[in-house]
Design a protein around this ligand. Structure first.
Ligand code: ANZ
Length: 844
């Protein structure tokens, strides 16, 4: 377009970048300050798509910016190359997942180069390389030594169709995300990482990230970790020797407990049912089978009818000796707290719904009509502080169906009577501890991280199972435990890892006794791979350690991290956990891996998510071919704020192309040589140039990339005008504007920027040129005199900035006292505003 061979310009600079590798990070002797810029590494599922185009554009803008600012920038790239899609593709085609994976990686590498991304190509890593996953195994051993990796039997999500374990996030509304089959719970022995040991720190340290991470992500992590404080309370069970403990956030309501509920899928429920009568056992079995088909989400839904089975057993309320009937009901979860609750229907909605469904007793112990100082009363109070026209009986939950969850004063609670809810909680815990019937406790929603997968394409778990049933780690000097060839293995999911059938591979030797042992056939969740990859980039080829602690001290944590909000919880939480574990091992000197985080929006089309199946996919490679990388980059950067979704209908590649041609023509039209004296240039064009130099840094740091592009367009237009109708092509200000355009345009359109830089008479690379500092004297606002007329008569003059907009000028005119007087009480029916010179008001 516009007489330039876009394709040739792109090819030329890509070849030169490949040859000279100008964007490598500086080494140890580099004294510049450092910035570690990272975009979440891609999964090689095919070629790059528009989501990648956006993500890596933004990180590239930031990386290029800091290079111009004089920083030693690390902007690496690697591939998250283990995982299911490769395995599924391999199963479908009967081939090795390796081939599929690495050919996609090659394609993505070529596409990144074609997109002009300034990566440090000397640090490429692939998590599926033994040189990488060896260190996953090393990490596993370090966690195992500290008791942070362990095996346990517990109920896991099981897809009966795919014959495999699913992570919680792979279960959608109770069904398998991939095949749609109803997911069931199955008890399996699996490896876990003890992330719950870090729950408090993972929660508390979020405070440090306030203002640097999106608030939404911080909140999602807080909810996911879900800390609750309260008490553990021990209950006697009639006919049973051991007590049963429940967790409650409301120990103040213990006097209001009227029944007791156990999770149907808990060991306790099975034990209690086993000792009950035959018909109870039968009903319980039926119920349990039904419950096992439900997902956790369904079970926690508040709007579904309550179900349960009375086990014909009783718990004893420790404070008043009441006999509490024990029910098994699905709204109590087996793996939260202790899998059992004391039910207080008057003050807990779920308990109340259940009590009303099965006609159980409701006992109010908090008078929510009683005024509490400091709390906002829900009820209108009269002068004496007594609620107007409300009687506690009016609020009786048994009749209204509404639990009394608010503030109030304790009643029917013996020694707690009269206390506020908060004081009563404290007192209740003191009392429980004193009498040995309970203690302060806290609980987390967070579960330990199940990392075993019955898959082929992942990191083998480096553990051995001996004939006498011991579990022995593979010693460090025998790592990596390499994956065998896929050839000859049936990768189809069948309930057990395909590696178990690799007869030669599974045979190993117990390093302690020399006896035969079997390898653990499972592989690790690929989130293990991505939990520490940002550290591997610091010494990616080091064969002696996972990462260099010294390099970590100098480069990490990551200064700027960008990726999709779909990683708001899992990846980011796991990376935070592993970072803290490494800190405790003395291997890194920081506790948070990512100092700042940005979630980019999605590229959508016509308001909808793009997908192959919907047939609304805009193909990255097609756009590159049609418009060139620079036009695509500029169009995406210009389409809107980073965090917003961008509708492809608003992404104008042709507009971007025209802008880039205009910029190139400006460079071509410059007739002065590089030796000009800037100060002799046209002042009004220089002002535009220097305002951009002054404003762009903070705009980039606030990721307002679209605004910077708009300002570049403004500068190119101003330069064009100066060449054609103003100072002329030989004016130093024109050269200066063109040079600054090239330097700033490098963030967005690096090929075009390099081309301009060359046209302007310089050696490559504009990508490495230091940012010019803005001349402060040019930033002082130019003022002009505006005239204000009322009904044709000049009533006032105002000194205003030359760049004032019409709205602001009108506002100032209306506020001027002389104008106010001239208008009197007459009404303005028409205002004509010509910024910055004239405002004319007409009255009736
Ligand atoms: C008595 C009580 C009275 C409760 C009251 C609440 C209000 P969070 O905040 O989510 O931690 N609970 C305990 N274990 C449970 C389980 N395994 N499945 C389902 N519910 C369980 O919730 C803690 C509260 O949830 C606990 O406090 C318990 O009910 C219930 F007016 O105890 B509460």
């Amino acid at each position: 377009a516009g007489g330039f061979d876009t394709h040739a310009i792109h090819a030329k600079w890509q070849a030169l970048w490949a040859e000279k590798d100008p964007f490598r990070a500086g080494g140890d002797d580099d004294t510049r300050p450092r910035k570690y810029i990272l975009a979440m590494f891609p999964y090689p599922s095919g070629d790059l798509h528009m989501g990648h185009a956006e993500n890596y554009l933004y990180s590239d803008i930031v990386a290029r910016f800091w290079r111009h600012r004089g920083y030693n920038v690390l902007n690496p790239i690697g591939w998250d190359s283990f995982g299911l899609p490769a395995e599924n593709a391999a199963i479908k085609r009967g081939v090795d997942p390796r081939g599929w994976t690495y050919s996609n990686i090659d394609q993505q590498k070529a596409s990144f180069r074609a997109y002009g991304v300034s990566f440090d190509w000397s640090r490429v890593l692939h998590t599926s390389d033994p040189e990488y996953y060896r260190w996953n195994q090393w990490l596993f051993q370090r966690l195992y030594e500290r008791g942070l990796a362990y095996r346990k039997e517990s109920p896991v999500n099981w897809c009966p169709n795919d014959q495999t374990v699913l992570a919680n996030e792979q279960v959608v509304d109770g069904h398998c995300e991939r095949c749609g089959a109803l997911v069931v719970k199955k008890k399996l022995t699996q490896w876990y990482f003890r992330i719950t040991d870090y729950a408090d720190r993972l929660l508390d340290d979020l405070n440090q990230l306030e203002g640097f991470w999106p608030q939404k992500v911080i909140q999602m992590q807080r909810n996911w970790i879900g800390r609750s404080v309260g008490a553990d309370i021990d209950f006697e069970i009639e006919g049973r020797a051991e007590k049963v403990t429940v967790f409650s956030t409301r120990p103040d309501t213990l006097h209001g407990a009227t029944f007791f509920v156990v999770a149907p899928d808990s060991d306790l429920a099975a034990e209690l049912a086993a000792e009950a009568g035959a018909d109870v056992r039968l009903r319980f079995q039926d119920y349990l089978e039904r419950v096992q088909r439900e997902s956790e989400i369904e079970r926690q839904a508040t709007d579904r009818p309550k179900t349960g089975v009375f086990l014909e057993r009783y718990a004893i309320n420790p404070v008043n000796g009441d006999r509490l009937p024990i029910w098994a009901a699905d709204y109590v979860l087996a793996d939260y707290g202790h899998g059992a609750v004391m039910a207080v229907p008057a003050h807990d909605q779920r308990d109340l719904d259940f009590a009303r469904a099965f006609d159980l007793r409701v006992k109010v112990v908090v008078d929510t009509t009683a005024p509490i100082t400091g709390a906002i009363p829900v009820i209108e109070l009269d002068e004496d502080g007594v609620p107007v026209g409300v009687d506690l009986e009016d609020l009786n939950p048994a009749r209204t169906g509404i639990a009394l969850v608010g503030e109030g004063r304790m009643i029917n609670s013996g020694p707690l009577d009269g206390l506020s809810k908060r004081n009563a909680i404290t007192r209740a815990i003191e009392e429980l501890e004193r009498s040995g019937r309970g203690r302060a406790a806290k609980n987390f929603r967070l579960r330990d991280w199940l990392i075993s997968r019955q898959r082929f394409w992942g990191t083998p778990i480096p553990m051995l199972h001996t004939e006498d049933g011991r579990i022995v780690p593979v010693p460090d000097d025998q790592l990596p435990v390499r994956l065998p060839e896929a050839e000859g293995l049936d990768l189809k999911p069948k309930g057990a890892s395909p590696l178990g059938a690799a007869t030669e591979w599974v045979q190993a030797t117990d390093p302690e006794t020399g006896e035969p042992a079997l390898r653990d056939p499972d592989t690790m969740d690929t989130f293990v791979d991505s939990s520490w990859y940002f550290l591997r980039f610091l010494s990616p080829t080091d064969a002696s350690e996972a990462f260099s602690s010294r390099a970590a001290d100098t480069w990490a944590p990551v200064d700027f991290y960008i990726g999709g909000v779909e990683h708001a919880i899992l990846h980011l939480l796991y990376a935070r956990f592993i970072t803290k574990a490494l800190y405790d091992m003395g291997l890194v000197d920081f506790t948070e891996p990512f100092s700042s985080l940005i979630n980019q929006g999605m590229v959508i089309l016509g308001g909808a998510k793009m997908s192959k199946s919907k047939g609304n996919l805009v193909v990255f490679q097609d756009e590159l071919d049609a418009h060139g990388a620079d036009a695509l980059r500029v169009a995406l950067a210009f389409a809107g704020p980073v965090e917003d979704d961008k509708d492809w209908n608003d992404v104008s590649t042709t507009g971007a192309q025209k802008f880039l041609s205009r910029a190139l023509r400006v460079a071509q039209d410059v007739t002065s040589d590089p030796a000009v004296v800037w100060a002799e240039g046209d002042a009004s064009l220089r002002r535009v140039t220097h305002r951009l130099l002054a404003d762009a840094p903070s705009l980039v740091e606030q990721t307002k990339f679209n605004v910077v592009v708009a300002r570049l367009m403004e500068l190119v237009n101003a330069t064009r005008k100066a060449i054609d109708t103003g100072a002329g092509p030989a004016d130093p200000a024109v050269r200066e504007a063109a040079e600054v355009t090239a330097m700033v345009l490098d963030l967005f359109a690096p090929h075009t920027a390099e081309e301009m830089w060359e046209i302007l008479g310089y050696e490559p690379f504009v990508g490495l040129v230091p940012w010019r500092s803005a001349d402060q004297t040019l930033l002082i606002e130019e003022t002009v005199t505006a005239v204000v007329q009322v009904d044709g008569k000049v009533r006032a003059t105002l000194d205003v900035p030359a760049r004032i907009d019409e709205k602001e000028l009108e506002r100032r005119a209306r506020e001027d006292q002389r104008v106010v007087r001239a208008l009197g009480d007459r009404e303005v029916v028409r205002a004509v505003v010509r910024a910055p010179k004239v405002v004319s008001f007409s009255t009736k």
